[in-house]
Design a protein. Structure first.
Lengths: 164, 253
């Protein structure tokens, strides 16, 4: 063991951070409420970088009332720590988050998951039957980001990701 | 600065405020959202229908989220090592600077919705104004909060319309609520927030008008919240909210 140690006994030599690997780990983390989308798909993850010997992940909160934010922070810390690095999660408020940051592919994944994606309210389609005339039941659904609607064609209730 | 009519210490407008005044400003607006979130939380499991119960809880979470962001930022601006929990849980009644309006008891559903209408319309004006604050972080928080306030206002407006223009009983209760709460609205426009009064009166006046509700003749207005002088209700609210942290300092879930 001693032969493999660097000369400065007691000094732990830090391995350079494999930032590409850390990035891929963090980018793959999914949203706790919408597990078909990653935090990158949703535009929550803004940056993963390095300062000194620490990984810095920057996130932007979605709705103020989103209870998932803390979970997302914990998931990032757990994921990066598992890779063996120190990590700090920074919350960046500006520019403010918008549903415009959700990419087209993610919009399709949302619809396939049963959540109407954040189109204009008058363009919402039922994610189950494609019905074009759903009714708004409540602007505030199961989570802060979703409204609660009912399809006039098939009668099924569904969530609509509100445009923000 | 003075040519814009903006008092020093104000985060509104293009010049950066004095840090001490800015800390107080952030804290007072965080207190508004925190106290209202606590009040709205009292509705959970007591809403008139399931969808409304969920809506009230959701809106309460929005206010709690804004309070957390503002407390955290206020702590950073103060630079004394205080975090969001210290500022929310370890200050006394006299140190809270929220509006008297948000600490009033919920009362019935009509009273709750009229209070929200008054407050949502005020917050929408404020957050929209703060989008152009010279302070980047506050402008960013406002970017989210302004959109949320728009959703909140749509919700409370639609309920006040239905209640005011509904049955005799719902109308009577809504009018009672306007009469009871009107005296707490003037306080929203103190100091630099005077600039929001005209738009606010336009928005709220139109909803009340459509709902068939009248504004009381009595011009009497209560004030004091922004300087820490509160009604008898805040102490009880804080006692309940802060009890756990006061009894078990630093406790986490």
């Amino acid at each position: 063991m001693a032969a493999a140690e660097p000369s400065g006994v007691g000094v732990v030599s830090r391995v350079a951070i494999d930032i590409d690997r850390v990035r891929s780990v963090v980018r793959a983390l999914v949203d706790p409420e919408i597990p078909v989308l990653t935090i990158e798909d949703l535009g929550i993850l803004r940056d993963v970088g390095v300062e000194g010997d620490k990984v810095i992940a920057t996130i932007t909160p979605t709705y103020s009332g989103c209870p998932a934010l803390r979970q997302i922070e914990d998931d990032i810390v757990a994921g990066v720590t598992r890779e063996g690095y120190d990590v700090e999660v920074r919350v960046q408020h500006n520019p403010p988050w918008t549903t415009d940051w959700i990419n087209a592919e993610a919009m399709e994944k949302l619809a396939a998951f049963g959540i109407a994606p954040p189109t204009a309210p008058e363009e919402v389609l039922c994610p189950r039957c494609g019905g074009t005339d759903p009714k708004m039941v409540s602007l505030f659904g199961s989570t802060a980001c979703k409204a609660f609607m009912v399809c006039s064609s098939c009668g099924e209730p569904f969530a609509y990701f509100k445009r923000f | 600065m003075s040519s814009e009519g903006v008092a020093s210490g104000s985060p509104q407008g293009t010049s950066l405020p004095d840090p001490g005044d800015f800390f107080k400003y952030l804290l007072s607006r965080a207190d508004d959202s925190m106290v209202l979130a606590q009040r709205m939380g009292e509705w959970i499991s007591n809403g008139p229908e399931l969808e409304e119960d969920i809506a009230l809880g959701n809106i309460a979470l929005d206010h709690l989220g804004v309070a957390r962001a503002l407390y955290t930022y206020a702590g950073a601006v103060e630079g004394a090592g205080r975090g969001e929990d210290d500022l929310a849980m370890l200050r006394s009644e006299r140190e809270f600077m929220n509006l008297l309006l948000v600490e009033q008891p919920n009362g019935d559903f009509a009273n709750t919705m009229v209070r929200l209408l008054f407050f949502d319309a005020y917050q929408k004006e404020m957050w929209t104004d703060l989008l152009t604050s010279a302070d980047d972080t506050l402008a960013g928080i406002a970017g989210r909060a302004a959109k949320e306030a728009g959703y909140h206002l749509r919700h409370s407006s639609s309920w006040v319309l239905r209640l005011g223009d509904g049955t005799d009983e719902s109308h009577r209760r809504a009018q009672d609520a306007v009469d009871r709460l009107w005296k707490y609205t003037g306080e929203m426009f103190e100091d630099n927030d005077e600039r929001y009064r005209v738009s606010w009166e336009g928005v709220v006046g139109q909803v009340l008008d459509e709902a068939g509700l009248g504004i009381p003749d009595d011009p009497y207005q209560r004030t004091g919240g922004r300087s820490g002088f509160h009604s008898e209700h805040l102490g009880f609210l804080l006692a309940e909210m802060q009890w756990l942290q006061r009894s078990h300092p630093g406790l986490e879930w």
